[in-house]
Design a protein. Structure first.
Length: 324
């Protein structure tokens, strides 16, 4: 029995001619940065530091071989600190034809920070990527996928094309960066189901429950997700961390998944930049996000500003910085 698939009706999109869905394989090259940001004293733990450095030292070269063999291009989200520590790794990614995008500077905790502080993080990351490999990223993924309400305007100020940190869709869409601001950027949504962290990540005293899933189980789960996105014409975005999914058996399972996804009829396997450029060219609707304010709960209650959709006034190939 073949069941009908139901598309993301909130974010309608059509794909390039001959394509019925899209897929992108992405890698967050956190290396040591995510553990240092969590606890600066982690630098004293030699074994932990080697666990993290496995990513740029061993896993990224292995993953680049897999991507070359499968003849696909991927997107690597790189913290600025990783680029400073491993510039040769970043250059290898670029030289292999893959996209390098922005992932903070030191994978900083994002919750509750002010706009000025966040701007410093973004700018420092931009400087590091430019110095390491001459990269001018057009894409951004917030550390821990924690975007703040002021983040989109900061990205627009710096000419970013897209973000990939929000979780409210199965397909890309455009959204307004702030109330009263005419600019918008593309959002390519993510999903914790499609993140290897929840399946494999474990280090004593740092993260995980100690249960590390079998790659066979993960391959089955991600295949089902890819099949569903393909059937409903949406966008399958997989997030992997090299120090996790670059390990031997996990890398083998990942390559099997890539083969399966590539084999789906009409599946467009592309970089996030390519998907974002297509979205900006073809999607006219610009969304806002619902906001909830709780000024003095429970005495005052909460205020809800609903989401809205409007038509884009001007079609732009790429956002220009404010004031340009």
């Amino acid at each position: 029995m073949t069941l009908e698939a139901f598309a993301d009706s909130a974010h309608p999109i059509t794909w390039p001619e001959g394509k019925r869905a899209a897929a992108s394989f992405t890698f967050d090259v956190d290396a040591e940065s995510c553990t240092i940001a969590h606890d600066p004293k982690s630098t004293r733990r030699m074994s932990l530091m080697t666990h993290q450095s496995y990513g740029p030292k061993v896993a990224v070269p292995r993953l680049l071989q897999i991507l070359q063999r499968q003849d696909i291009r991927a997107t690597f989200f790189v913290p600025g600190f990783t680029a400073e520590c491993y510039p040769d790794t970043v250059r290898r990614i670029v030289d292999a034809g893959h996209e390098v995008a922005h992932h903070g500077y030191l994978h900083e905790p994002m919750q509750g920070i002010d706009a000025e502080t966040e701007a410093r993080y973004i700018d420092r990351g931009l400087e590091a990527l430019a110095k390491a490999a001459g990269v001018e990223p057009v894409g951004y993924r917030a550390p821990w996928w924690e975007l703040n309400w002021h983040s989109p305007a900061l990205l627009a100020d710096r000419g970013f094309l897209y973000d990939s940190s929000l979780l409210d869709g199965d397909a890309p869409y455009r959204f307004s960066v702030a109330p009263g601001d005419s600019r918008d950027i593309v959002e390519i949504p993510v999903d914790w189901t499609l993140d290897d962290w929840e399946q494999y990540a474990f280090y004593p005293g740092v993260t995980g429950s100690g249960v590390i899933e079998s790659p066979a189980k993960v391959l089955e789960m991600w295949t089902l997700e890819a099949e569903a996105h393909h059937a409903q014409g949406s966008c399958f975005v997989l997030t992997n961390h090299p120090f996790i999914s670059g390990r031997p058996s996990k890398a083998v399972a990942l390559e099997r998944l890539i083969e399966r996804v590539k084999g789906m009829d009409g599946m467009w396997v592309a970089t996030m930049e390519e998907i974002a450029e297509h979205t900006r060219r073809t999607v006219q609707e610009v969304h806002t996000h619902a906001r909830i304010e709780v000024p003095a709960f429970p005495d005052t209650g909460a205020r809800f500003t609903p989401a809205a959709v409007q038509q884009a006034a001007v079609q732009q190939a790429r956002l220009a910085p404010a004031g340009s």
